[in-house]
Design a protein around this ligand. Structure first.
Ligand code: BG6
Ligand code: MG
Length: 215
């Protein structure tokens, strides 16, 4: 159950919550894993959602049983990001997920603060390409916080930047690591997607459109 009356700030995850980019991360990791001779599945991919680029690579290397040098890891990380950037080159407002714009507008109208809490180092470019950057009162991304979800740092930094206590923040997340991070931060959290991948969320909805009338 969510108590909407206490919510003074909403902290949005980016990939798979506001913008339909999770699929491109999957495609790029899939291509990289294939090169290592590992058949990367959608089930594997669930474990990478919300997790930083380097930690995602470490997981894939573990699953593939591959031992490589730090220099080779750095090469693979830039290759994955190159492929990912190629895939999102044409990103536009059309890639906003259902309800994103309506919810951002509603929150702004109601005076509820809006922050980004994303692990991605590409977040700024994505917010610009999709035309929603101006809605945000605080932007916390993978360049600001190195500790990967489920560590709560990214959300706590968001709350701090807004000057709102964690208990009055609501996190919107599509990843299990993000749900765990929000709970560790002492925030309410709504899972976006399928409940089976979002254990511990206070509520799970299919998309942001379901939340517009709550505020
Ligand atoms: C998260 C995604 O938002 O950002 C992960 O869910 C991704 O899949 C992570 O690995 C880091 O993103 P980037 O853009 O810095 O590689
Ligand atoms: Mg996400």
């Amino acid at each position: 159950m969510i108590n909407y009356n206490t919510v003074k700030a909403v902290i949005f995850d980016l990939d798979g919550v506001l913008v339909d980019t999770a699929v491109y991360h999957f495609q790029a990791w899939h291509r990289l894993a294939e090169g290592l001779g590992y058949s990367f599945s959608l089930v594997d991919n669930e474990q990478l959602k919300g997790v930083s680029r380097i930690e995602s690579l470490e997981l894939i290397l573990k699953w593939a049983g591959a031992k490589i040098s730090d220099a080779e890891k750095a090469d693979l990380l830039s290759l994955k990001n190159k492929w990912y950037l190629e895939l999102i080159e044409q990103l536009s407002p059309d890639h906003l997920l259902s309800g994103s714009l309506d919810l951002l507008e509603k929150l702004q109208k109601k005076g509820i603060k809006i922050a980004l809490g994303s692990a991605s180092k590409n977040a700024m470019g994505i917010l610009e390409k999709t035309g929603i950057i101006s809605y945000f009162d605080a932007l916390i991304d993978g360049n600001v916080v190195q500790l990967s979800k489920p560590n709560p740092a990214v959300f706590l930094k968001g709350a701090e930047a807004l000057g709102i206590e964690p208990a009055c923040c609501l996190v919107l997340e599509d990843a299990q690591a993000g749900i765990d991070a929000a709970r560790a931060a002492g925030m309410q959290v709504i899972g976006i997607g399928q409940a089976e991948h979002l254990n511990g969320a206070d509520l799970v909805v299919a998309d942001l459109g379901a939340l517009v009338d709550k505020f």
